[in-house]
Design a protein around this ligand. Structure first.
Ligand SMILES: Cc1ncc(COP(=O)(O)O)c(C=O)c1O
Length: 387
């Protein structure tokens, strides 16, 4: 069957319409490439480009300096014993669950866990016990609930869960929970703790030892200015031999990683951005100040921030009755907000959302944030005048 020519014309180079917009999408703000990463993308874009000088183990490649990055820089950055590159946070979580638990075991996780934590557990054929949160308006995880959940699993099955997972922060409200306390609780029951740091690693300081995390999952395309799919997995030495066990037949290939993971441009963009990422993590306090300032200004417009207050992360969830009211009468209905923002070159609030939405202020900067605030205000005024 010959491919249809008209269809083929749709392929080839496709420009990205939102590339130069002011971006406030939580998925995207911290995945924007640095100039160095943009250059690396072109330089290393060919298929298996990093394998020019590979001796059989991807993370031991010396030229380019992948070994130094994976075995030196990243463990130091996270303060954890061993690190590997994965294709994303979800692959890191799956690797941990699949290697340290047996089919039918339980994993305890917070109610606010990302769906990828849930499907990782399902793929590993595990059961899930959830730890509740406090509900509206803060949705804070009940830290002591980890003990309750572990106790429940012991009561139901006669043994402790294989793993606990905490989302740091969660992807809906950007809440930063007390991980030190959670790890203490888990360790009292000899349950290892996996920190899902998809929204943390590369944005804010993450010290695995200080937090008491046995495993850390990070996301390069979400939070490390890398071109995805890429992530990382940090493991404490007690578990490294289990998670990174080698194939009995292909002796230098790690089973959980299917031998090799990131084999080209993705890791080279992560490496290219790394010096900048290290620097920006040190600037985290300023990012938190920006988020709080922005949230305060939106509240003055009647747009209410849900989740932890004062907030401790750039990802924030808002309830905006004022936009919802407008959407009930506006010609374009609930799509009015997306379109108004698009006209003002602002991207990142999902189209069709008006009453509730989330956004991120990460590295947007005060000037652009002020522009976003002014835009919100002018949209409100425009529709008020139309009444
Ligand atoms: C809290 C959280 N964890 C994990 C993920 C998945 O990350 P990745 O795409 O690196 O697997 C997401 C994606 O939105 C997320 O919000």
């Amino acid at each position: 069957m010959a491919l249809d020519e008209a269809a083929l014309k749709k392929f080839g180079f496709i420009p990205r319409e939102t590339k130069d917009a002011i971006n406030i999408d939580p998925l995207q703000t911290a995945g924007k490439l640095t100039e160095e990463a943009r250059r690396a993308l072109l330089e290393w874009g060919d298929g298996y480009s990093v394998c020019d000088f590979c001796g059989g183990v991807l993370d031991l490649i010396k030229k380019p300096p992948i070994e130094e990055f994976v075995h030196g820089a990243l463990p130091e950055f996270l303060n954890i014993d061993a690190v590997r590159i994965t294709h994303g946070a979800r692959e890191a979580k799956f690797a941990v669950m699949h290697s340290i638990a047996q089919e039918g075991d339980y994993v305890v996780m917070d109610e606010v866990a990302h769906y990828s934590s849930v499907v990782a557990a399902q793929r590993a054929r595990l059961n899930i016990k959830k730890v509740p949160h406090s509900g509206s308006p803060e949705y804070m995880t009940d830290v002591e609930g980890y003990a309750t959940a572990i106790e429940e699993v012991i009561k139901e099955t006669g043994k402790a869960p294989a793993l606990a997972l905490v989302t740091y922060p969660d992807g809906n409200y950007g809440n930063i929970t007390d991980v030190q306390r959670i790890s203490k609780i888990c360790h009292d029951y000899d349950v290892p703790l996996l920190l899902n740091g998809a929204y943390a690693v590369g944005r804010m300081p993450v010290d695995a030892k200080k937090l008491g995390a046995d495993f850390v999952a990070g996301s390069g395309h979400k939070s490390m200015a890398a071109s995805g799919p890429i992530g990382l997995l940090g493991v404490r030495k007690e578990y490294a031999d289990i998670v990174f066990r080698k194939s009995p037949t292909n002796k230098n290939k790690e089973i959980e990683l299917l031998g090799c993971t990131s084999r080209g441009a993705t890791i080279m963009t992560m490496i290219a951005s790394f010096p900048h990422v290290v620097e920006r993590v040190n600037n985290w306090d300023q990012e938190v100040q920006n988020a709080r300032w922005f949230s305060g200004k939106l509240e003055e417009m009647g747009i209410i921030q849900k989740g932890q207050k004062p907030h401790n992360h750039d990802l924030m969830f808002f309830e905006a009755p004022v936009f919802y009211e407008i959407s009930q009468k506006a010609k374009k209905g609930r799509y009015f907000l997306y379109r108004e923002l698009k006209e003002r070159n602002i991207h990142g609030i999902k189209s069709g959302l008006t009453k509730y939405f989330k956004l991120s202020t990460f590295q947007v900067g005060r000037e652009n944030l002020q522009y976003v605030l002014d835009s919100f205000q002018s949209i409100i005024e425009k529709y008020e005048n139309e009444k």
